[in-house]
Design a protein around this ligand. Structure first.
Ligand SMILES: [Zn+2]
Length: 260
């Protein structure tokens, strides 16, 4: 009998279809039931207490670092409640009903979820019905970095952004050649920041490198060629966080930019 070579590619598992989420899970956690691929989904069998504690600690740290201690506590609560769910998949018609079911106040809910997505352990789809799905492949690996997919802006949108920002770096305020400018997500996509122009700003390469994948509300000094007063606040809308800059909520989408 031929032995399994162990070099099979990882399965790509789409679950559930309506959430639009694609998760990579080890082949061993995928089986066939009734002709459909399903993930073996009893988390309590899948994780051990050490792993669960490791992730709880990580999530607490991320919540404190990205938001504050209060968000950190609610994120840990959300995490604990997610682990208890035997399917590892929490779904609700909207955030309000999820809040009352999980016992996390609505006003802390989106940031608690963002903490979990930031850890890389949970995938979330929040535009429309809520889906939170634990990433099986990560549970045992203890690697807390979110792998998020961004869609590169089209050449036209990128050019329009650099022009709107006056070819200035939003952090240091100096002007640069086009080739030395990059597009930064003010609120990182891993923290549920929108992947749209409203949440983009031009940064020089050096400042983009040092900012990394963090949210630095006090570092933004220029946006659309104008000085930024005070720090950036954020608001959740249509499934993502958008920045509030100079008292104005910036929710411009790619489509908005292409239609002008
Ligand atoms: Zn700069």
């Amino acid at each position: 009998m031929r032995q399994s070579c162990g070099h099979q590619p990882r399965s790509v598992y789409v679950w559930p279809r309506e959430s639009g989420l694609i998760i990579r899970v080890p082949r061993s956690t995928v089986g066939i039931t009734g002709g459909k691929r399903v993930a073996f989904c009893n988390l309590m069998n899948y994780i051990n207490q050490d792993d669960a504690d490791w992730w709880r600690q990580k999530i607490a740290q991320i919540g404190t670092r990205c938001f504050n201690q209060s968000i950190s506590r609610w994120a840990v609560r959300l995490y604990d409640r997610s682990l208890v769910d035997p399917t590892g998949h929490i779904t609700a018609p909207d955030l309000a009903s999820l809040s009352s079911r999980i016992g996390v106040p609505r006003k802390f809910m989106t940031r608690a979820i963002a903490t979990l997505t930031r850890s890389g352990l949970v995938h979330a789809s929040l535009s429309g019905p809520v889906h939170l799905i634990i990433d099986f492949a990560r549970l045992r690996r203890r690697k807390n970095s979110a792998q998020v997919t961004r869609t590169a802006p089209s050449r036209r949108v990128r050019a329009a952004l650099l022009e709107a920002d006056g070819y200035l770096c939003g952090n240091c305020g100096k002007s640069f050649e086009v080739s030395d400018l990059t597009i930064d997500h003010i609120i990182p996509v891993s923290l549920l920041g929108a992947d749209h122009p409203g949440n983009w700003v031009t940064l020089c390469r050096k400042d983009n490198l040092s900012k990394r994948d963090r949210f630095r509300p006090h570092d933004l000094r220029y946006y659309r060629s104008a000085p930024v007063e005070g720090s950036v606040r954020i608001r959740f809308r249509d499934g993502f966080f958008w920045p509030i800059i100079n008292a104005r909520l910036r929710t411009e989408t790619r489509e908005d930019w292409l239609s002008t």
